[in-house]
Design a protein around this ligand. Structure first.
Ligand code: DSN
Length: 425
């Protein structure tokens, strides 16, 4: 079995110019083909998105916005960016879209710059409870230049403590409130956050990086109509190239655009903008709704199968694409489990869990997600097999013979589910 999409994409020049990088790209392609990738923030883009991202648009400088640039020669790039903007607005039902942020963290920083001067107070979900670094966590610049109030989940339920959010908002009087995060397995209650933000006079920013594809596909409630500003990456459930976007109400459009450029960034990455435009077009198709629905069905099935095998899931299960497991009751740390799983061909990331007594680089949990396996066409039956493999590996993390046997079985299953963007010969 040979994976050589890169050769199909005519990478012979790369092979000649730089055989080492060419070989590494081929090997990475093979790795992505042969492994079950369960990192919830990763996916497989389509061949069309790959092609758009690898075009000569990378050669062009375009500081500014369509129709108002600082360089000539924008006849075609302007059209690409306008298409991306219109598709983003239409897919999500937003007044305004900025498709230039280089990724999610710069998109969030632009929201601060637009709406919350340094020194003011911001409120976000604590990183160990499922928030993101840029929601005011102390090691991030957002926790240094802004005063930060951090909310979390209830210990008993593993779900966001909305009473605590309200109490903290009343005390801290933040200028800006973030909802959303990176390890939240349950539906975000956007109307409840909006009500709290309104009560304390804060701007509500919904960071939908993880769930943007679910929202686009109708598998998670939408923040539009509730949040003032919505930030996202484009490469997770949305299945585009690595990038970011900010969508917002019309009243914040000028401030957001000014914050992205010239406030934070220089020239946009036009090849990425083209890839984003293609991904947005794909996400508007009926098949994408089915994809989003199946992501959630797969996550639920995987969660149920893991619970049945005695795994301790934060909040007891999932409503979306993501599962967070506390492995303390299994007597293994997240890092040891994730490394053993990787040797068995099942790739996830170790992750802190709420109230984790361990340190972030060797925490108690692992985080799983179903966007990538669902892109391969896997369904509930495959989730049952994956749960059994996870259980077998975690219950004997030093058993390398078992890991090698499972890795062979994983390769065989993966051979039957070729992912988008990778072809076999
Ligand atoms: N690192 C991303 C994730 O994996 O969720 C968030 O920044």
């Amino acid at each position: 079995m040979r994976c050589d999409n890169l050769e199909n994409m005519k990478l012979n020049a790369l092979q000649t110019a730089d055989p080492e990088i060419h070989e590494l790209c081929l090997a990475e392609e093979r790795r992505q083909f042969e492994k079950i990738r369960l990192i919830p923030s990763e996916n497989y883009v389509s061949t069309a998105v790959l092609e758009a991202s690898g075009t000569v648009l990378t050669n062009k400088y375009s500081e500014g916005y369509p129709g108002k640039r600082y360089y000539e020669g924008q006849q075609l790039v302007d059209q690409v960016e306008r298409l991306a903007i219109e598709r983003a607005k239409s897919l999500f039902g937003a007044d305004h879209a900025n498709v230039q942020p280089y990724s999610g963290s710069p998109a969030n920083l632009a929201a601060y710059l637009a709406l919350c001067p340094p020194g003011e107070t911001v409120m976000g979900m604590a990183l160990p409870h499922g928030g993101h670094l840029t929601h005011g966590w102390n090691v991030s610049i957002t926790g240094k230049l802004w005063k930060s109030a951090q909310y979390g989940v209830r210990k008993e339920t593993g779900r966001i403590d909305m009473d605590g959010v309200r109490r903290l908002a009343r005390e801290a009087k933040p200028r800006l409130i973030f909802c959303g995060g990176t390890a939240i397995p349950r539906t975000i209650d956007f109307p409840a956050f909006a009500e709290i933000a309104k009560e304390v006079g804060a701007v509500l920013v919904a960071d939908i990086a993880h769930i943007a594809g679910l929202i686009a596909g109708g598998a998670h409630p939408s923040p539009f109509g509730h949040a003032d500003v919505v930030t996202t990456t484009t490469h997770k459930t949305l299945r585009g190239p690595r990038g970011g976007m900010i969508l917002c109400r019309a009243e914040h459009a000028a401030a957001v655009d000014k914050a992205v450029f010239p406030g934070l960034q220089g020239g946009p990455h036009n090849h990425t903008t083209a890839g984003i435009a293609v991904a947005l077009k794909e996400a508007a198709q009926p098949a994408f709704r089915e994809y989003a629905r199946q992501i959630v069905l797969n996550a639920r099935e995987l969660a149920q199968e893991l619970v049945a095998r005695g795994f301790d899931l934060i909040s007891g299960g999932t409503d979306n694409h993501l599962i967070l497991i506390d492995l303390a009751s299994k007597g293994v740390t997240g890092k040891r489990a994730a490394q053993a799983l990787d040797r068995a061909g099942v790739v996830c990331n170790y992750n802190t869990v709420p109230f984790d007594p361990r340190k972030p680089f060797d925490p108690s949990g692992v985080r799983l997600g179903t966007p990538a396996v669902t892109s391969r066409g896997m369904k509930e039956g495959e989730m049952q097999r994956i749960a059994a493999w996870i259980d077998a590996v975690v219950s004997a993390p030093e058993d390398q013979a078992r890991q090698a046997r499972i890795a062979r079985e994983v390769r065989e299953l993966c051979g039957a589910f070729p992912p988008p963007g990778i072809r076999l010969q």
